[in-house]
Design a binder for this molecule. Sequence first.
Ligand SMILES: Cc1cc2nc3c(=O)[nH]c(=O)nc-3n(C[C@H](O)[C@H](O)[C@H](O)COP(=O)(O)O)c2cc1C
Ligand code: SF4
Length: 682
Amino acid sequence: MSLASHDPLLQPFTIKHLTLRNRVVSTSHEPAYGENGMPKDRYRLYHLEKARGGVGLTMIGGSAVISPDSPPSFGNLVLYKDEVVGWLRRLSDEVHAAGAAVMCQVTHLGRRTSNYTGDWLPVLSASPLREPAHRAFPKGAESWDLDRIVRHYAEAAARCQAGGLDGIELQSYGHFLDSFLSPWTNHRDDELGGDLEGRMAFPRRVIRAVREAVGPDFIVGIRMMLDEDRPGGLAQDEAISALKAYTADGIDFVSTIKGSIESDHTLSKVIPSMGQPSAPFLEWTGRIKQELDIPVMHASRIADVATARYAVREGLVDLVGMTRAQIADPHLVNKIAAGQEDRIRPCVGANYCLDAIYQSGDAKCIHNPAAGREQTLVHEIGRRSEAPRRAVVIGAGPAGLEAARVLGARGHHVVLFEANDEVGGQIRLTSPSPHRRDLIGIVDWRLAEAKQHGVEIRLGRFAEASDVLAEDPDIVIVATGGMPNREFLGEGAELVHDVWDVMDGSLRPRGDVLVFDDHGGYPGMDAAEVLAMRGTSVEFVTPERVIAPDVGAMNSPAYLKSFAVHDVKVTLPYYLRRVRRSADGRLEAVLWSEYADLEVTRLVDHVVVEHGTLPVADLYHELRAGSRNGGEVDQEALLAGRPQEVTRKADGRYQLFRIGDAVTSRNIHAAIYDALRLCIAL
Ligand SMILES: Cc1cc2nc3c(=O)[nH]c(=O)nc-3n(C[C@H](O)[C@H](O)[C@H](O)COP(=O)(O)O)c2cc1C
Ligand code: SF4
């Protein structure tokens, strides 16, 4: 018998009549891949990839909505149209054929949506209390609203059943159902408020209606806040009593949630980002499970296989959610089964996946660009059939490492030059940040994979054109990154520091520091936080309307906490116009308001600026003349996944490409995506 056959994670599990092939679940999550609310090709292929990758149960439709008065607020699937049945059917057929089970989360979002979207019907909740995150002022639901919503729940469940799904999961944390159950959100003075009996009466009515609609065999679970984790919120004993009543009404399994999701701060605890402890609610779930006699599922930052295995082995859960872990690597289960755990692409907890939904319209993994792009990209790279070529990659930041990894996996002979003694580029600079240092997993995995594929890594080598040409390459990839841009400053660039000086420790700060952030991303926030932690008095200045608009709701809470704890002063919207040495040797920083056309002056000990990077591209320009394509990328071929075949100079010896920040200042995902889609076709 193989080791895998004893692995607790790989043991089957039965819910009612349904036997799952293993204990690993991708819990309900909405990646916003639907088209007009329908799970079409992109959505289906995303889940099919996990099914092919070995997952036991994949749950679709995070917060799939049942009513027009629950309009999609983050790309949710729409279950109130009959059209959805055909799309569900196709998805469930293909996922089943790949060996996995599939269920859908079903919900009325209640106040967790907007009054200004979809059909513009008034947002509803048990009581008219605003949700801080989505900011709608809801109407307190009337009895005729409730009659309609009960009917919609039942109809949506029936559509899921008709679509061939194995079951559904009702959502009861932060949405409509639990707005009744929780005393925090239920302030009603009718028979649906007050004591526990009153508060659970409406959810029980919904569950009974759903059960009646789908019959006794169809699986109906609930994802439920079993402790709201705040004074005045839903207490654990009440929640468990409610769950037992729900079970009597027809609930078959529970997925446990601790805490609430109404604000960025509370949501970021329920779905913890990097820098927070692993599996924070696992032991708590284990204690809850002792009080229940239905199957228990749980997910919350169980990102590594060892913790997941421990959770199942110790009986803390029946089914373990590894949701972001399988966004990062949908083949996770297959790799466990094949004894290749060390090859799993790790989820580093960046929560770019969640933040990207609001910032760029759909979920994207920070270091797996193929996630959600299954129509054009593969997750596992095969060797090419043609003869290998000689490739040189210069620069071992995220873009260069990805290029080396992918070219190596394609079977090319790859030499990777890095000027520093360590790989990682700008990711390494995040190490002083308490909540960003886990990003190093992006580097470590790529380095290990590159070595696995035989990439020759030359550290501490500042590659000149002659070094590159000495390799007699067929392909040259310039991934030399960028350097901090201070040139934007009209006067005083030589007097200021950049965020790299802060992060690499070369600036020993003291006194008052002004951080000017004209980027709106992480680096300025990292620098301000690190400076404040080092005991300086920090003023954070930005010309934006809000601070760091590119740092989303899941990642900003950690900074905002630090800013509050260390009393970082925030000033907006001002530009930094010039910096001069003052008579007493300090620095005079002149800020300018574009709106009022006025200047104000600060006297400080240091000025730190963040304005992105400027490409380090000398080598690229030097190598262009000898190249066949002059550095040109055929963008149509790139987007279509075809090989690059541009010839601008017939006797050019090699193809030359430039990727990542060596092109222009961009984020980690963009750098890695640049490398992957180019190199996968070389
Ligand atoms: C992109 C994304 C969207 C999510 N949407 C939902 C959702 O609609 N409903 C829900 O119950 N959970 C949602 N979640 C939470 C996940 O189901 C899961 O609880 C969370 O990611 C923590 O588990 P993990 O650490 O294994 O990823 C979402 C998570 C992600 C990453
Ligand atoms: S973006 Fe970050 S948190 Fe989300 S799946 Fe990728 S590595 Fe994990």
